[in-house]
Write a protein that binds this ligand. Sequence first.
Ligand SMILES: NC(=O)C1=CN([C@@H]2O[C@H](COP(=O)(O)OP(=O)(O)OC[C@H]3O[C@@H](n4cnc5c(N)ncnc54)[C@H](O)[C@@H]3O)[C@@H](O)[C@H]2O)C=CC1
Ligand SMILES: O=C(O)C(=O)COP(=O)(O)O
Length: 527
Amino acid sequence: MPKVLVSDPIDQAGIDILSQVAQVDVNTGLSAAELVRIIPEYDALMIRSGTQVTKEIIEAGNLLKIIGRAGVGVDNVDVPAATRKGIVVVNSPEGNTIAAAEHAIAMMLSMSRHIPEANASVKSGKWERNRFIGVEVYKKTLGIVGLGKIGSHFAASAKAMGMKLLAYDPFISAERAEQLGCRLVELELLMRESDYITLHIPKTPETKHLINAEVLSKMKPTARIINCARGGIIDEAALAEAIKEGKIAGAAIDVYEHEPLEADSPLRSVGQNIVLTPHLGASTAEAQVNVAIDVAEQIRDVLLGLPARSAVNIPGIFPDSIEKLKPYLQLAETLGNLVSQLAGGRVDYLNVQLQGELANNQSQPVVVAALKGLLSQALRERVNYVNASIEAKERGIRVVETRDASIRDYTGSLHLMAKGTLGEHTVTGAVLGENEIRITSVDDFPVNVSPTHHMLFTLHRDMPGIIGKIGSQLGSFNVNIASMQVGRKIVRGDAVMVLSLDDPLPEGILAEIIKVPGIRDAYTVNL
Ligand SMILES: NC(=O)C1=CN([C@@H]2O[C@H](COP(=O)(O)OP(=O)(O)OC[C@H]3O[C@@H](n4cnc5c(N)ncnc54)[C@H](O)[C@@H]3O)[C@@H](O)[C@H]2O)C=CC1
Ligand SMILES: O=C(O)C(=O)COP(=O)(O)O
């Protein structure tokens, strides 16, 4: 039974799902050294933001197939190191969207109405109505940095509260912003014109200290900033200083550059114009159930050999297309494996052509699957959907992708051409019915065969007696033929023969087959 390590607190609903297929060890609060020591036993790791999954941990995880982040941000995982090692990293892109947006809204309102201090004051026996005069958000300008899922939900709620909306997000269109009631602007204008600024962007090398002393200096002295995205996007020392010196009116912060927040952080000494929460954005009962189920299901699927819905490091596989593409991914992998063997292994060029209906689909997963198959002879189980593209690039394989929707021999088909040490070879395949894979041409000779483990391909002259000779050669080596097909373009011209064999071809037999008069070439293929 595979083993899953859960190293941060997650909802029981997730543990129950994992327990169906794996031994689950919940062990929270481990040090980095302890993790490095125990990770070699585990097939999967499930985390939240509390565990830093470093390169060292990933490299020690020799059995690891998947790292599941029960939440959105994967900035605590060394994703490039995981990719390099072929470990899929998944998250829950939507499970805590509402929780995080509602927390940011709560932060905006509680900061505006001094709710934390008023609450503390009443509880300490006081009644200070004049001390806590607040401000309204109605008709104020809200600047949203990052108009993704959380930013958009905040936008809808803020609009309902009568706020004017600005947004800065270099990756979304002005039309999309407009649909959400926002005016898309540059960051500088947003900082200058907003009364409230809320951050909803990921932490990346580009967003580190995006909000620094200089950017903060553009804000109005009456403006307030909210960070429920990630620590380190705001320069904390600069923020503390800006509030203390009255350059801005206040801040509400949920996330910190170092968590837990250090005892001597300058943010702790700002006083009453700052609201601090201990990374609570996703901490609702609902969100925790959502993310735990979402990620546990993906870990379960990957451990069962199925694809993950929300992998952050498998290029371009969108959840919706996975189901539809599944048989084609299998086809692409088989054809990639086949064409690499026909081309002699050291392939330096691969053309992947999506034909018929397949041409209207997302191509990247199909290309990745073809590369996985192509590299499987060389890399065996070390290559997978996660690292196939990187491995191909490192080997200098040029990959070209084409589409031709007008080829309608089958509903959808896939044509691969590879150049390798044995020259240029092509294979085509199709999916029949639900998921029956067929090889439909080899080197442009039409055939119709189901791929099997052991196969023999010959290029020969179409002439009487040749098939019988090969049959008896194989018989003399005690190799049983399961099926045989000949493909030719013209009678008595060149032809290919495709044989499915029950047994692997013994050493030496290929050399004998090539000696048969009329045989030009012969290849064995193991799929
Ligand atoms: N406090 C908490 O507990 C939680 C925090 N988060 C944080 O919130 C972030 C946003 O989450 P979602 O909205 O779900 O992500 P999302 O991916 O839907 O949206 C992020 C948006 O940021 C934009 N963006 C990326 N780089 C940018 C840049 N340099 N400048 C401006 N915009 C940029 C993207 O185009 C995208 O529209 C997450 O990355 C995570 O770090 C998420 C959930 C809970
Ligand atoms: O989902 C995210 O990105 C979060 O920041 C939530 O973090 P958490 O799972 O509560 O440690």
